[in-house]
Design a protein around this ligand. Structure first.
Ligand code: ADP
Length: 569
């Protein structure tokens, strides 16, 4: 369920209303899609218009005739038979349809011309000022590559209406009832508006219905990404083959090498220290003194049970764990933390927070809710609060790499690795003023796994916070390596996780969907796998740098032999 970020407290969500729109629930929720009930037509527009126009005319003519006859025969007008009742119903229904169809279309065209935030794709002003001019028809004909896809006449009309700004692009799915067709029409309109071919962006081979109202609006195709697999990653006694979606050469190979070193040394071990998603609304009071009163109320342990009862009403899985407050003058930031089962949990926590805000409003009527998200959460932004307090899953993963493995697989030695880690990942990052960036490339692995498994890739910002520690153990012979990652934000239900490709990758890891016996354990296991893969990749990259192999391997795996000047536009 999407929870919008409002300046004031929004009204409670009404179940079973407009089509359910689920997003990953982060800061990107501010862009709303206006889909109106009047847009949902089961038949093509042309046919529906014809039917209702004919119904309107027939009912009107019939009723007028009947009324003329009644006046002539002095029959009271209010005495009506079944046929007249039906004609009146037909007249009213067709009138409502015609008024709402043409009326709404007219209002929408006026509104959409002044609202380029939501209708950027077809905004005619944007076209005239920003987009390159559409190619002349003869230019299109003269260039076989630019020849438009032959469309049915009916679709041609809709494309023309979208290009002219008469039909908003975002209503195509609900109006046509066919998501693939809607995407094809939008794509053709885009091609005509911009004059740009997007042949490399495939249209077919994707289930557009699966993203409707959940994952992506205004689709015109999909991007293809290769998925590589690193492993087996021997973690907590189990073997995982880790899917990674990336276009960066070397990344999967390097992670794979780290997995090999870990497996040959007996495996890695992980601990999930914390599991709680956060949301921090900001409220304002007339005075700082009043804001402090609410802070005291929320942080008083005696009030926790009451708050938890109110908060937990929102979901079977969201369970309040605590509230931490911070103040800036008379503004109060309340950071709520809750468990979220196998969901990443942003929507879940937001709904619980909304319940609490509604409840507090009775006892604190002077509380002005500025926003349900006040950035103390902190979602998709680099912030010390996540680094220190944690957000999502806080995981530590460790392994002891044997001396011979360091030599044979990693082609370096323990002393060099420990020294490099101190100078680069600890001192170097301190010099850079890093915030949670005490690692070599955790975000590489986090992002690749996030994309493969349908996580919100924008959350790689905090999910990649990581400190990598390397120490010599067993009298200096072996290497102890660990990664500590306080805010890995992952889920195995909701968001992009249910899409076909992403859910196949979750299945490969054995963490697809909800865990019925122990809700939350699939998501926690996924977080452990992320940390384990980061451990492997850190080990491999630091080794490559210690051995001076980094540049050679990148020249081999990460450099195209193609002439790049030919790829330029
Ligand atoms: P998010 O908060 O990550 O955006 P949502 O709250 O929108 O995710 O989606 C989670 C949905 O999945 C909720 O409706 C929840 O009731 C349902 N669900 C089913 N099983 C589980 C589970 N094991 N853990 C969490 N949510 C679950």
């Amino acid at each position: 369920m999407a929870v919008e970020v409002h300046r004031r407290v929004p009204p409670p969500q009404v179940a079973g209303g407009a089509p359910r729109r689920r997003t990953a629930g982060g800061e990107g929720e501010r862009v709303r899609v206006r889909v109106q009930a009047g847009d949902a037509l089961p038949l093509p527009i042309r046919h529906t218009n014809l039917i209702f126009s004919a119904l309107f005319a027939a009912s009107l003519v019939y009723l007028m005739r009947r009324w003329r006859e009644k006046i002539r025969s002095s029959t009271p007008l209010h005495v009506v038979g079944l046929a007249e009742i039906l004609a009146i119903c037909g007249l009213v229904a067709s009138l409502i349809y015609l008024l709402s169809f043409f009326g709404i279309a007219f209002v929408q065209s006026v509104v959409s011309n002044s609202d380029d935030e939501e209708d950027f794709l077809i905004d005619s002003r944007a076209r005239s000022t920003q987009a390159p001019p559409a190619p002349a028809p003869c230019a299109l004909l003269g260039n076989p590559a630019a020849a438009p896809e032959k469309m049915p006449e009916e679709d041609e009309e809709i494309v023309a209406a979208v290009v002219a700004g008469k039909i908003p692009s975002y209503v195509l799915e609900t109006r046509l009832g066919d998501c693939r067709r809607a995407a094809g029409i939008r794509r053709e309109a885009l091609r005509r508006i911009t004059g740009r071919e997007i042949n490399g962006l495939p249209l077919d081979g994707f289930d557009y219905a699966s993203i409707l109202g959940q994952c992506c609006e205004l689709p015109v195709g999909y991007v293809q990404l290769p998925v590589g697999v690193a492993g087996p990653l021997l973690l907590d006694g189990r073997r995982f083959y880790v899917p990674m979606a990336t276009t960066e050469g070397c990344l999967v190979a390097s992670t794979n090498r780290g997995c090999k070193a870990i497996a040959e040394s007996g495996g890695a071990f992980s601990v999930v220290l914390r599991d709680g998603m956060t949301r921090a609304p900001v409220v304002r009071f007339p005075s700082a003194r009043r804001a402090a009163e609410l802070k005291g109320f929320l942080e008083d342990p005696a009030n926790f049970d009451t708050l938890a009862v109110v908060f937990n009403r929102s979901s079977r899985f969201g369970r309040l764990q605590g509230v931490k407050c911070a103040m800036a003058g008379r503004n109060l930031y309340m950071r709520f933390t809750c468990s979220t089962g196998d969901a990443m949990g942003m929507n879940m926590v937001s709904k619980g927070v909304q319940n609490v805000l509604d409840y507090l409003q009775d006892d604190f009527p002077d509380m002005d809710v500025i926003s349900i998200s006040g950035n103390f959460c902190s979602d998709k932004k680099s912030a010390a609060v996540n680094w220190i307090e944690g957000r999502g899953k806080s995981v530590v993963c460790e392994a002891i790499i044997k001396e011979e493995v360091v030599k044979k697989v990693l082609k370096t030695n323990v002393q060099a690795l420990v020294e490099l880690n101190v100078i680069k990942n600890l001192a170097g990052s301190a010099v850079a003023g890093a915030l949670g960036g005490f690692n070599a490339h955790a975000s590489n692995i986090v992002t690749a796994i996030f994309i493969a498994t349908g996580q919100d890739p924008a959350q790689n910002v905090e999910s990649s916070q990581c400190i990598t520690m390397l120490e010599a153990v067993n009298e200096g012979k072996d290497l102890h390596i660990s990664v500590t990652m306080p805010s890995i934000e992952v889920g195995t239900v909701g968001g992009g996780t249910q899409l076909a490709s992403q859910s196949a990758c979750l299945d490969l890891l054995g963490v697809k969907g909800a865990n019925r016996e122990s809700p939350g354990s699939n998501a926690r296991l996924l977080a452990s796998v992320v940390a384990g893969a980061v451990l492997a990749a850190e080990l491999s990259l630091i080794s490559a740098q210690a051995a001076g192999h980094l540049v050679q391997s990148h020249m081999k795996y990460n450099r195209s032999s193609k002439d790049m000047s030919k790829a330029a536009s």
